[in-house]
Write a protein that binds this ligand. Structure first.
Ligand SMILES: Cc1cc2nc3c(=O)[nH]c(=O)nc-3n(C[C@H](O)[C@H](O)[C@H](O)COP(=O)(O)OP(=O)(O)OC[C@H]3O[C@@H](n4cnc5c(N)ncnc54)[C@H](O)[C@@H]3O)c2cc1C
Length: 435
């Protein structure tokens, strides 16, 4: 749904029946009405006149987080804004923009975001609302770069929050519960180039011996494993040009690939961003997948779990012990790092983090018991689930994982006394957030 015109995704979306589904097709939205307002004024009227309304980004989440029984509102139709402030090193963008729609303009202006997720197809507001991240020991979530956010609140009024506001850290990564974001101001850094290298066959034992070193071996590091062998099948190193190139023939016992690779076994690498050390702009190397193609495998479900960096190796061992449960329903797993931030519901709140991602076969019934097994295996590490992906742990357990959970509930009750932004998922996980 709502994919860029002309892309294979767009063709797939147009072919879909007139029911609203998420990108993965595993969620059918219950919305009674769908709106794509073309002005902020119209959006404000819709919110003020609705009893139940949710914002929809590009629909790339795998659970019911964006769902509603009332009004579903896409902000993709709001006027396009890309305002670069070179002196302040910021860009203000309309919240419904996909990263692919403005990162090129930043680069041409000599500026950059510090990081991107594995795909540039997602909207800024949706990505920030769920704590979407890329990789890199020093790189925080995408939401951690938000400097200011403009929201339509429950009464249809406009509210602008910036980092000086005490509510800000609860309202940026807010699962859509604080209001509907219309524009966001993001921190920028000077533009940079990246070389992307893929190495194959990293032995688990070498990873275990040098876990932190491997995960810090480049600006952004991804380890892809099917959990089927004793090796990480692919080690992706995204290095800033000037940092440590040229690449040696082998790293940590893994051998440099002799051509481009797709992380999912058997898939065509031409949909991936350029590899083999060819230097290129940050926005064409940090995502794994090119914007003009369907990302990842396209027929999949996803989950991701976050532990503190110091627990990363023990968590890896715990997953390796149940890998015969994981492997049969898995297309590919990915291990990344995320730097700590202070956003109340962030997967990296207060702790440098290791993220264990799973791209599953699209079979919810087979995957669900495996999620239970993973959550049990990782329970000793206060594991947090990705808000936009599949998980099974219940509200009491989730609530205990975030120091500021009660503050978040109080914030949403304050900003949304009518409960207009609440949906079934929020009712279940944030019962204290009712106004
Ligand atoms: C192929 C694939 C690869 C992925 N790779 C990564 C990855 O590398 N890293 C990662 O962390 N995640 C990844 N994800 C997950 C994805 O980044 C998140 O699910 C993200 O939320 C998707 O953004 P969206 O715009 O599609 O949001 P949606 O799924 O449309 O919405 C998500 C949430 O954001 C809220 N929201 C949307 N717009 C607004 C708005 N204007 N104001 C307020 N709230 C809003 C919604 O209400 C909802 O609660 C991936 C997903 C897919 C399908």
């Amino acid at each position: 749904m709502l994919q860029p015109p002309g892309s294979p995704d767009a063709a797939r979306d147009r072919a879909m029946p007139p029911v609203m589904r998420n990108w993965a097709g595993n969620i059918t939205f219950n919305a009674a009405r769908v709106h794509t307002p073309s002005s902020v004024e119209r959006l404000r009227e819709i919110v003020a006149g609705s009893g139940s309304v949710r914002a929809l980004g590009s629909g790339h989440s795998f659970n019911t987080i964006a769902d509603t029984h009332g009004d579903l509102v896409s902000v993709a139709g709001l006027p396009r804004i890309v305002e670069i402030d070179e002196a302040a090193a910021t860009v203000t963008v309309s919240a419904g923009l996909r990263f692919a729609e403005f990162t090129g303009a930043l680069h041409r202006a000599g500026l950059a975001l510090h990081n991107l997720g594995s795909l540039p197809h997602i909207s800024v507001a949706g990505a920030c609302a769920t704590g979407t991240h890329g990789s890199g020991a020093g790189n925080g979530t995408l939401a951690s770069t938000v400097r200011a956010i403009e929201l339509v609140t429950a009464d249809g009024e406009l509210l602008v929050l910036d980092r000086d506001d005490e509510d800000f850290a609860g309202a940026v990564l807010a699962l859509g519960a604080a209001g509907i974001a219309t524009r966001m101001t993001l921190d920028l850094v000077p533009a940079y180039d990246i070389r992307q290298w893929v190495y194959e066959g990293l032995p688990y034992e070498r990873l275990r011996e040098r876990f932190d070193e491997v995960l810090s071996a480049a600006y952004s590091v991804s380890l892809f494993t099917s959990w089927r062998t004793d090796r990480i099948e692919q080690l992706w190193l995204k290095q800033r040009v000037g940092d440590g190139d040229p690449a040696p023939d082998s790293r940590f016992g893994a051998v440099r690939a002799d051509g481009p690779r797709h992380p999912v076994p058997g898939m065509d690498a031409s949909t991936c961003t350029e590899q083999s050390g060819v230097p290129g702009p940050w926005h064409e190397r940090l995502p794994h997948f090119r914007p003009e193609f369907t990302p990842s495998s396209g027929e999949e479900l996803q989950s991701e779990y976050f532990v503190a960096r110091e627990d990363g190796r023990a968590a890896f061992d715990a997953l390796a012990r149940i890998r015969e449960r994981i492997a049969p329903v898995l297309q590919i797993g990915e291990i990344r790092t995320v730097a700590a931030d202070g956003l109340w519901l962030s997967p990296a709140y207060g702790r440098d983090t290791v993220a264990f991602h799973f791209t599953w076969h699209p079979d919810t019934a087979a995957v669900t018991p495996v999620l239970d097994a993973i959550e049990e295996a990782l329970a000793p590490f206060e594991v947090r689930p990705h808000w936009g992906k599949l998980f099974t742990m219940g509200p009491e357990r989730v609530a205990a994982l975030y120091e500021r959970y009660a503050d978040f509930e109080a914030l949403t009750a304050k900003l949304d006394p009518r409960g207009v932004f609440r949906n079934d998922l929020l009712e279940r996980y944030f019962p204290g957030g009712r106004g």
